[in-house]
Design a protein around this ligand. Structure first.
Ligand code: T68
Length: 810
C-alpha cells in the first residue's frame, strides 16, 4: 500500500488516542503495540471486504482447506511485510521514540498446531493469498493451543497455553454467522411425502461460532479468510435449562461439556488415541464449515449439481475425513438429492492429503463410539461402505482379502483413511518418496483400484516468513544478486549460483550468518546463562521429539565425541554447539526420557573443564514458530536424520536450506529431493535407505546385538546411560534402555550409528574449508526456491483444485 511516514505517524497517534485516550509518551508498551495492531487491521479491512465481494460477484471457484491445525506464528510482522510498509512504520515509530522490534515481541504466538502438518497449513494459507488464489482455511479456535514447555531439572513440564488471555488482535467474531452442530441422540428414517427423511430425537445441539482471521497476500490485494469455530451453548438452552429453572449445576455442567470441544488442542502429533472428545472436535468443525459453505453457495443461485464447479474442499490428513459423510448428509437430507448425485458431487469436491505412514497414527474410531456420537453419519458411511464392497467384489470376484484391506468399516472400527480415499477425487502424498511408498505399499490396493486419483505434491515453505521475515538481510542479498524476478518466482533464486566464485558475496553470506549466530548467543546467555561460541558450528535439530526422528542418534554421537575429548583433550575438531528444540507428547515416555537425556548430557558437557568449550549442548525450551525464526537463520548444519521411510516429507529441512545451512540427512522424505537439487557435493547423506529399512522390517533380520557386540564405542555409551555418568539415578534412562534392549532398537539407531559418526566427521572437514563451506551454503540457498510453498500451491491449484489466480479489476 502507499503510505508515507507522515501519514502513518498521524494515523498511529490518532489510533492510540482514540483507543486508549493516551499520548505516545503516556502509553504503556502494551498499549503502543495494541494501537499499532489495530491500525494495521484497519489498513487490511477494506481489501478484505473487497476480496470477498469480488469472489462472490465473479462466482470464482473457492477452495476451503479443512485442517484441525493452523500453526500461524506471529502475524504483525507478516502483515507489515505483505503491505510493504514495514520500513515506513519502523521509521515513523522511531520518530515517535518507539522501537518496532520491541513491539513485535509482545505479540502472542498462536500455537494452534503440533508441528509440520499445522505449519504446512499456515504456509499454504500464505501462498494462496500471495498468489491471488481464492482459498480459505477452516478449523477450530482452540482456547488453549499446544502446551508451553518448561524444562525443570532437565524434565519437560507442560504448562497451559493461554494465548487468548488478552484479546487476539487479528480475529473478528461473527456471531451472526453461527451454525448449529448436532451430536448423539437417535435417528429414525421416516417416510414422508417428500421421500425418506431422518427424524432426530434426543440429540445435543451446539453453536459453532466463527472467528475470522484475515490472510493477507503479499500481492497487497488478496485477503482470504481463516475461519476458526468456537463451541458454545446455544442461548435458548441458557434460558431454559439454566438460570430460569434454577437448575444451576446442570447448566454449568452442560456449558462446560459443550465448551470443552474447542478448549484444547490434542498434543499428540503422531499417535492416535480414540478419544471421544477428539471425534467431537473433528465433526464439530467439519460440520460447521460445510454448512457455512453450503449457505454461501446458495447465494450464488446456482444448481446444487454444479457445486463442485464452484467449491473445492481439501482434507488435511484424516482429521477432517468425516467431511465425506457430512457432505453426503447435507446433500441427501438437506438438499434432497438422490444418492448417486450426492456421491458424484462429494467425490468431485473433496481431495485428501496423507501425511504419514506410521501405523500408530492412523485414525480408526471404535464403531460404537462413532455410532453414539454421530449416528446419522454412521448410517451414511455404512451405506458408502456397502456400495464400495459391492463395487470391489464385482471387480475382484470376491477376493476377500482385497475387500478387507480397503473397506471402511472393519473389525469394529471406522477407518478414516479408507473413508477419505474412497470419498475423494485426489489423494496425494507430501514428497516423492512418500507418495511412492503409499502407492507401492501402504495404499497399494487402493492405487490399483484408483490409479488416477494418486499424485504427489511435495511440501513447501513460504519464503516470506522463513526468509524475508526471519532473515531479512539474507533475503535482501538474494534479491539484489538474483534479480527482481525472484520477487514473484522463487525458482529464480537459482540465479544466485552465478556468485559461487564471488568472494564478496561469500564474505557477505558469512557475515550475515555470523550476525544471526550472535543473536542466538545473546538469547542463550540471557535465557540460560550459557556462554556459547559464535565461531563454533551451529548444529541444529529442531522438530517434535519422536523415536523415528532419532534425536537419540544425535545424542549418542555427542556422547561419543565427549568420550573422545575426555580421552584426548587435544583432539582436533572445530568447536561445535549442538542445539535441540523439541516438545514431546505428554504421555510419550520415551520422548520425554530423551529430553531428559539431552539436558543431562548438556549439563555434564557444558560444565566439564576438560572439554574446554569445544562442544556445548543447548536445549531450547518451548520450541515453536518464534524460536524457529531465531535459530534457523543461525544454523550451519541442519539435522534431518529420521529413519528412512518414516518422515513423510519434513519441512524444517527446507527452511534451513533456504537460510544457508548444509543438510546432514538420511534419504528420507523431501531430503531426497533436496539431494537431487543440490547434488552430492552440497549435502551430507548417510545411513540406511528406505528400501533397506523396509526390507529389514519385513524380514525381521535386524539384531541390534550384532552391532553392539562389534562396536565398543556404542557399548560404552549404553553403559554410561546407567553408570552414573549423566545422572546419579541409575534408573534415570530406563525408557531409552528399554527402547534398545527391550524393543530391539526399532528405529535402527545403532545400525546407523557408525555411518552417522562418519558423516559428522565429514561435516567437520568440510567446515574447515571456509570458502568451500560458504559455497555449499550458497548452492543450497540458490536451490531452495524450488521448495517454496508457492510452487506447491500452484500445483495443487492446477492438478487438484482446478482454480485460477484472481486479479481484481480484470
Ligand atoms: C507431518 N505430520 C509429517 N502430523 O510428519 C512431516 N498428526 O513429515 C510432514 O512434513 C508434515 O506433516 C507436513 O506434511 C504431522 O505434523 C501432526 O502434526 C499430527 C497432528 C495430529 C495428529 C496426527
Amino acid at each position: 500500500m502507499n503510505l508515507t511516514k507522515n501519514q502513518f505517524k498521524e494515523d498511529y497517534v490518532k489510533r492510540l488516542t482514540l483507543t486508549f485516550a493516551q499520548t505516545t509518551t503516556e502509553a504503556s508498551l502494551e498499549h503502543k503495540y495494541l494501537a499499532l495492531g489495530k491500525l494495521i487491521r484497519d489498513y487490511i479491512s477494506e481489501s478484505w471486504a473487497e476480496t470477498n465481494n469480488y469472489y462472490t460477484k465473479k462466482k470464482c471457484k473457492q477452495i476451503y482447506y479443512f485442517s484441525m491445525e493452523f500453526l500461524l506464528g506471529r502475524l504483525l510482522n507478516s502483515y507489515l511485510l505483505n503491505l510493504n510498509i514495514r520500513d515506513v512504520v519502523k521509521d515513523g515509530l522511531r520518530d515517535l521514540g518507539i522501537d518496532l522490534d520491541t513491539l513485535l515481541e509482545l505479540e502472542p504466538d498462536p500455537a494452534l498446531g503440533n508441528g509440520g502438518l499445522g505449519r504446512l497449513a499456515a504456509c499454504f494459507m500464505d501462498s494462496l493469498a500471495s498468489l491471488g488464489f481464492p482459498g480459505h482455511g477452516c478449523g477450530i479456535r482452540f482456547k488453549h493451543g499446544l502446551f508451553n514447555q518448561k524444562i525443570i531439572n532437565g524434565y519437560q513440564k507442560e504448562l497451559l497455553n493461554n494465548w487468548l488471555k488478552e484479546d487476539f488482535l487479528w480475529e473478528i467474531k461473527k456471531p451472526e454467522k453461527t451454525v448449529t452442530v448436532r451430536f448423539g441422540g437417535v435417528v429414525n428414517l421416516v417416510n414422508t411425502p417428500n421421500g425418506i427423511e431422518p427424524v432426530y430425537s434426543g440429540c445435543e445441539e451446539i453453536d459453532a461460532v466463527p472467528y475470522d482471521i484475515p490472510i493477507l497476500g503479499s500481492n497487497m490485494e488478496t485477503v482470504n479468510t481463516l475461519r476458526l469455530f468456537s463451541a458454545e451453548l446455544p442461548e435458548e438452552e441458557i434460558d431454559l435449562n439454566g438460570l430460569q429453572k434454577g437448575d444451576y449445576q446442570k447448566f454449568i455442567d452442560k456449558k462446560f461439556a459443550v465448551e470443552a470441544i474447542s478448549q484444547i488442542l490434542y498434543p499428540d502429533d503422531s499417535s492416535f488415541q480414540g478419544k471421544l472428545l477428539r471425534l467431537k472436535q473433528e465433526y464439530f468443525f467439519v460440520s460447521a464449515g460445510l454448512q457455512t459453505i453450503l449457505k454461501r453457495y446458495k447465494k450464488l443461485k446456482e444448481s446444487i449439481h454444479k457445486f463442485s464447479d464452484f467449491v473445492g474442499i481439501h482434507i488435511n490428513d484424516t482429521h477432517p475425513a468425516i467431511a465425506v459423510g457430512e457432505l453426503m448428509r447435507l446433500l441427501l437430507d438437506e438438499e434432497g438429492l438422490d444418492w448417486d448425485s450426492a456421491w458424484d458431487i462429494t467425490v468431485k469436491t473433496l481431495a485428501y492429503t496423507n501425511h504419514t505412514i506410521l501405523a500408530e497414527a492412523m485414525e480408526k474410531w471404535p464403531y460404537d463410539m462413532f455410532k453414539k456420537t454421530v449416528p446419522r453419519i454412521l448410517m451414511i458411511i455404512e451405506e458408502i461402505d456397502r456400495r464400495f464392497c459391492e463395487e470391489v467384489s464385482k471387480k475382484y470376484e470376491e477376493d476377500y482379502s482385497k475387500i478387507d484391506s480397503m473397506r471402511i468399516i472393519y473389525n469394529g472400527e471406522v477407518r478414516m483413511a479408507n473413508l477419505a480415499i474412497i470419498g475423494s477425487h485426489s489423494i496425494n502424498g507430501v514428497a516423492k518418496i512418500h507418495t511412492e511408498i503409499l502407492k507401492n505399499r501402504e495404499l497399494h490396493d487402493f492405487y490399483l483400484l484408483y490409479p488416477e486419483r494418486f499424485n504427489n505434491k511435495t511440501n513447501g515453505i513460504t519464503h516470506r516468513r522463513w526468509l524475508k521475515n526471519a532473515n531479512p538481510e539474507l533475503y535482501k542479498l538474494v534479491i539484489e544478486k538474483s534479480g527482481p524476478e525472484c520477487l514473484n518466482d522463487t525458482n529464480k533464486f537459482i540465479n544466485f549460483l552465478k556468485y559461487i566464485n564471488d568472494d564478496n558475496v561469500l564474505q557477505t553470506l558469512d557475515k550475515i550468518k555470523f550476525k544471526n549466530k550472535e543473536k542466538v548467543v545473546a538469547f542463550v546467555k540471557n535465557k540460560y546463562n550459557i556462554d556459547i561460541n559464535p565461531f563454533s558450528i551451529f548444529d541444529v535439530q529442531v522438530k517434535r521429539l519422536h523415536g523415528y526422528k532419532r534425536q537419540l542418534l544425535n545424542v549418542f554421537n555427542i556422547i561419543y565425541l565427549y568420550n573422545q575429548l575426555k580421552q584426548n583433550p587435544e583432539l582436533d575438531i572445530v568447536p561445535r554447539t549442538f542445539f535441540f528444540g523439541a516438545k514431546a507428547a505428554p504421555s510419550y515416555y520415551l520422548a520425554k526420557n530423551i529430553i531428559k537425556l539431552i539436558n543431562s548430557v548438556a549439563n555434564v558437557i557444558n560444565n566439564d573443564p576438560d572439554i574446554r568449550n569445544k562442544i556445548k549442548v543447548v536445549f531450547l525450551e518451548n520450541y515453536g514458530v518464534s524460536i524457529a525464526e531465531l535459530i534457523i537463520p543461525a544454523g550451519d548444519v541442519s539435522e534431518q536424520i529420521s529413519t528412512a521411510s518414516k518422515e513423510a516429507s519434513g519441512t524444517g529441512n527446507m527452511k534451513f536450506m533456504m537460510n544457508g545451512a548444509v543438510t546432514l540427512a538420511t534419504l528420507d522424505g523431501a531430503n531426497v529431493e533436496i539431494y537431487d537439487e543440490v547434488g552430492d557435493n552440497n549435502i551430507v547423506i548417510f545411513g540406511l535407505t528406505s528400501q533397506e529399512v523396509m526390507d529389514l522390517e519385513k524380514n525381521r533380520t535386524y539384531n541390534f546385538r550384532d552391532i553392539l557386540n562389534s562396536n565398543p564405542d556404542l557399548q560404552k555409551i549404553l553403559t554410561q546411560l546407567s553408570d552414573g555418568t549423566f545422572s546419579e539415578n541409575k534408573e534415570e534412562f530406563k525408557d531409552i534402555l528399554n527402547h534398545i534392549y527391550g524393543e530391539g532398537d526399532p528405529y535402527f539407531v545403532l545400525k546407523d550409528f557408525s555411518a552417522y559418526v562418519e558423516a559428522q566427521n565429514k561435516i567437520n572437514t568440510l567446515y574447515e574449508n571456509r570458502r568451500g563451506w560458504l559455497q555449499m551454503c550458497l548452492v543450497n540457498i540458490a536451490h531452495s526456491g524450488k521448495f517454496s510453498s508457492d510452487n506447491s500451491i500452484r500445483k495443487y491449484a492446477e492438478d487438484i483444485w482446478h482454480i485460477k489466480e484472481v486479479k481484481r479489476g480484470e
